[in-house]
Design a binder for this molecule. Structure first.
Ligand code: NAD
Length: 320
């Protein structure tokens, strides 16, 4: 595997810099994935909810066919959407997702969010999204994380996933999980940028041997399109004086400083872009080192501001 990797508790190596697939338009997704692989990305971060797994698979198939990479050189990640958290739904949806990707195992499979939602049959709507009726209803399922995790562990036994992990979990849930997990989560994927550092959660993950992947590394940038007022109110991190000043000092882009701030502290990152020059730039983030003083200054911007809160996408706080 090329580039820096992180050794997971499962024994597998995970590339430290990957490519994110959220909001990659279906029309350009196959080309984007192919171009990302061509640019050198080996980790692809997908999910049922992104609604583009078929197109991702087309991009992968083209890269494999042209001999750009072998399947075993790729590290393909996907996620379990909460409407499939009921144990009996896990394996069927994973098989569907694998079939969409055109592969027979995921390198890493994550529980996307902790709270289970009532099952929506894929023949009714796929991907199902948050709402049971496709419009406004949030309907919970009684399934616990423990029940879902047992079914996710069974994916490893069945050879459908090499490593398994969690996303958007907080400390107490992780402590609880570690008491019953037969296979502990290999990774934790969380929102992480200078406005949301979550240092205590990072410390916990380190103590427990759980690798952390940071998403939305550029903070508010990813959430402006949802009209989130708290995203609009903030100074964009790519234009922030501290970040641009550090970038200038190293002859790098502000985006590279934000990604390096995470990777130098041992985290994996999964930025996304469809612009070829940016593809290469986002991948080239481990070729310089930030000064510790600058790392600390960036970390000191922490304001506990979270954008990817499920309740931000629908009008109820009841579930979370
Ligand atoms: P991102 O950090 O990839 O991108 C945010 C915005 O910045 C996008 O508009 C992108 O086009 C732009 N951008 C990318 N590189 C840039 C650069 N070098 N200069 C300027 N602009 C640049 O944000 P994201 O998509 O929120 O997160 C990355 C990935 O993380 C997602 O694609 C997805 O795979 C994953 N993710 C996971 C969850 C989860 O719940 N587990 C949630 C959000 C994202």
């Amino acid at each position: 595997m090329t580039g820096s990797t992180i050794k997971l508790s499962s024994g597998y190596e995970m590339p430290q810099v990957g490519f994110g697939l959220w909001k990659v338009d279906n029309k350009i997704c196959a080309d984007t994935v192919y171009n990302a692989i061509k640019a050198g990305y080996r980790l692809l971060d997908g999910a049922c909810d992104y609604g583009n797994e078929k197109e991702c698979g087309e991009g992968v198939a083209r890269a494999l066919k042209e001999g750009l990479v072998k399947r075993e050189e790729l590290f393909i990640v996907s996620k379990l959407w909460p409407t499939f958290n009921d144990p009996e739904q896990v394996e069927p949806v994973v098989k569907r997702q694998l079939s969409d990707w055109g592969i027979d195992y995921f390198d890493l499979y994550l529980i996307h969010f902790p709270g289970a939602l009532k099952f929506v049959d894929p023949s009714v709507r796929y991907p199902p999204g948050w709402h049971h009726d496709g419009k406004s209803q949030i309907v919970k399922s009684k399934t616990t994380i423990q029940d879902t995790w047992r079914a996710v562990e069974a994916l490893v036994d069945a050879g459908l996933a090499k490593s398994i992990g969690i996303s958007n979990f907080q400390a107490q849930l992780i402590y609880d999980m570690l008491r019953y997990a037969r296979i502990p989560p290999a990774t934790l994927q969380i929102e992480h940028h200078p406005y949301l550092v979550q240092q205590e959660l990072l410390n916990l993950a380190k103590e427990e041997g759980i690798a952390v992947t940071a998403y939305s590394s550029f903070g508010p940038a990813s959430f402006l399109e949802f009209g989130f007022k708290h995203a609009e109110a903030l100074v964009p991190l790519l234009k922030d004086d501290l970040i641009t000043g550090i970038a200038k000092k190293h002859g790098k882009e502000p985006s590279q400083v934000l990604l390096r701030w995470a990777t130098q502290r041992g985290l994996a990152v999964i930025p996304k872009t469809s612009r070829p020059e940016i593809l290469a730039q986002n991948l080239d983030v481990n070729s310089f080192d930030l000064d510790q003083e600058d790392i600390d200054k960036i970390s000191a911007k922490d304001s506990g501001i979270r954008f990817n809160q499920p309740s931000n996408y629908f009008d109820t706080q009841k579930m979370w």
